[in-house]
Design a protein around this ligand. Sequence first.
Ligand SMILES: *Cc1c(COP(=O)(O)O)cnc(C)c1O
Length: 383
Amino acid sequence: MKTPVYLDYAATTPVDPRVVEAMLPWLGGRFGNPASSHAFGRDAELAVVAAARQVAGLIGATPDEIVWTSGATEANNLAIFGAARAARDGRKHLVTLVTEHRAVLDPIAQLVREGFGATVLDVKADGLVDPAVFRAALRPDTLLASVMLVNNEIGVIQPISELAAIARERGVLFHCDAAQAPGKLPIDVRALGIDLMTLTAHKTYGPKGIGVLYVRSKPRVPIAAQIVGGGQQHGRRSGTLPVHQIVGIGEAFRIAGEEGAAEAARVRALRDTLRDRLCGIPGVHANGSFEHRIAHNLNISVERAGGEALIAALSDLAISTGSACSAAHAEPSHVIRALGRSVELADASLRITLGRWTTREDVEFASGRIAEAIARRRQDLYQ
Ligand SMILES: *Cc1c(COP(=O)(O)O)cnc(C)c1O
């Protein structure tokens, strides 16, 4: 077993070797610009269309509803700014959750500085939003609601189809950041009843730097382009298409569709072992619902062990406190705080995320190391 053991699949994943294999020709001999009308261009265009089918196939969409972006951050920006700037009927209010990713919260905060209004909803102690609270937040001038499918820190699954139905009733557009979802649970944009959905490759064994915004075509969702130039993608997002990246996300999502369910079942058994071992230690609290949660995530807060110092003592495990992004801010996780945990417990939270190459040996090792580190920290602090 190689250390550090990688248990941070929610931050990013290794690229699957099959994805690398699919991408390689497009970094070598096949180089055409898919916008060109000659044979080189057509070769590239066919590869892009095939990848759009693979992505659309995973989420129950059609290929024309797939807009390529540089990742989930750009897709969220395109959904939120794009919907706000295309609004024609004077609607100027947005609704989201306090536990959303920064790539949703920050564009909304930017719109608020520009004169829009926003309601940022609290979640219950289990991390889920109450649909009645969501319903009550919608106003006659609400333009867009944005709620993630799977939370990146605690792995909980929001009741999207229920929320989207409420939004639909009120004529409110519904955007869903599903960056953490492909291969973790079945996704069907029609069954969910949503208008816009964000995806990214690098959380699902694809390359970094490529993502997707699903934009419903029937009825068409009005979205103002945020990157303008050559008019590619029917003007929805300009820029020469990165064919190697697009082929990569296509293959990654094909594999997710074919192997996701079996993978989740295998990973669930490992996660549950880890949970049972760690949550059996006094003063260790699991964060977020287990009933509505992906199999790949465990998030715990540890009492009386010191946050930073505990992580420092776990240098042979690649795990994170809160999210990788909030780690850059060096503030207690806004997600764990939203569950009603104290600053101390939010500071002492560990996110452990499992994936395609996590083994039982990894999990045994990790649970042993974490238990040991907690015991040692408590001895140092309290003896
Ligand atoms: C990782 C992540 C993002 C950002 O994705 P990038 O592709 O890295 O820009 C956005 N939202 C969620 C929920 C994520 O987990």
